[in-house]
Design a protein around this ligand. Structure first.
Ligand code: PDD
Length: 286
């Protein structure tokens, strides 16, 4: 049975109850994080906590817990759930108040965290690659904030699934932004490309690690605006996220990407990523 944290206590997930007037439920007025756990070790925890704190500040939610307290509760949550390979979800909403768009004067943030088994990418996807379609980026203009108001992302992902693709790659004003729940990388002329951080995409923790590994391994990369035509002619396309890590895309809008197999640079980067993960698992790095 999975144990979660809700407003100061650990309890079985089935027993956790949220008030119907919680602004997270009524308005999607909340911020969240998804943190992978390998062998009981929260992966890139400091980076996830910093993004959580930044996002809460951006929407003026005071969690009334500091970073040390948040770190402590997540570490304890992992222990309560067997310390294996997990996906930790944490959500902080503005709290419970009579329905009114304006911020309530007195409101205590709701803090909820749960741990689920980590479901990574399937072996089939890793060996054959995934498929993606391009869709118009219909989301709002604050895509750098990791809010639970995800209706546009949900509709985009669902459309991709209904068209036999695993992800929607989003295009805003002719430029590629990211996936519905992932960041995007391309390989063009052996150089790794990714759109620069802006308010139009989430500053992914996996994205940052890929660039860090590229620097360490002397893999040439560029953060630059990417037009749809560049996406269409890329020899490799990858999607990155905390739960699926680095996913090679071998079909875009029904057409083969590169030679139709996960590319050489993906194989290299995925090896570096897995080595990094193994070191975290063994406690050699944080
Ligand atoms: N989503 N962009 C969007 C829109 C995302 O939702 C995500 C991750 C990413 C990748 O960020 P990171 O590497 O920090 O996971 C980029 C998570 C996993 C989710 O919503 O479940």
């Amino acid at each position: 049975m999975s144990i979660c944290w809700l407003n100061g206590e650990f309890l079985p997930l089935e027993d956790a109850k949220i008030h119907v007037l919680d602004r997270g439920f009524i308005f999607g007025d909340s911020i969240y994080e998804v943190i992978p756990v390998y062998g009981g070790k929260l992966f890139r925890l400091e980076e996830h906590l910093q993004r959580l704190i930044n996002n809460l500040a951006a929407v003026k939610i005071d969690p009334k817990l500091n970073v040390q307290e948040l770190r402590g509760l997540l570490e304890a949550l992992v222990e309560h759930n067997g310390s294996g390979d997990l996906s930790v979800y944490v959500q902080v909403s503005r709290g419970v108040a009579a329905r009114d768009h304006a911020f309530p004067e007195l409101c205590l943030a709701t803090i909820f965290a749960m741990a689920n088994p980590l479901v990574g990418c399937s072996e089939k996807t890793l060996s054959e690659g995934a498929s993606a379609i391009t869709l118009d980026d219909i989301r709002w203009r604050y895509c750098h904030i990791k809010t639970t108001s995800l209706l546009a992302n949900i509709l985009l992902r669902q459309q991709a699934l209904e068209e036999d693709a695993t992800e929607a790659i989003l295009i805003r004003d002719g430029l590629v932004t990211e996936g519905a729940a992932s960041n995007l990388f391309l390989v063009v002329d052996t150089v790794l490309l990714t759109p620069p951080k802006s308010t139009f995409l989430l500053p992914g923790i996996t994205r940052d690690l890929i660039l860090e590994l590229a620097t360490k391994q002397n893999i040439a990369y560029k953060e630059c605006d990417i037009e749809q035509s560049t996406l269409n002619s890329a020899s490799e396309i990858w999607l990155s996220s905390s739960t699926k890590e680095i996913v090679p895309v071998t079909r875009l809008n029904g057409k083969q990407v590169g030679n139709g197999k996960p590319g050489n640079l993906w194989v290299q980067m995925n090896t570096h990523f897995q080595n990094y993960k193994d070191k975290v698992r063994q406690g050699l790095i944080n």
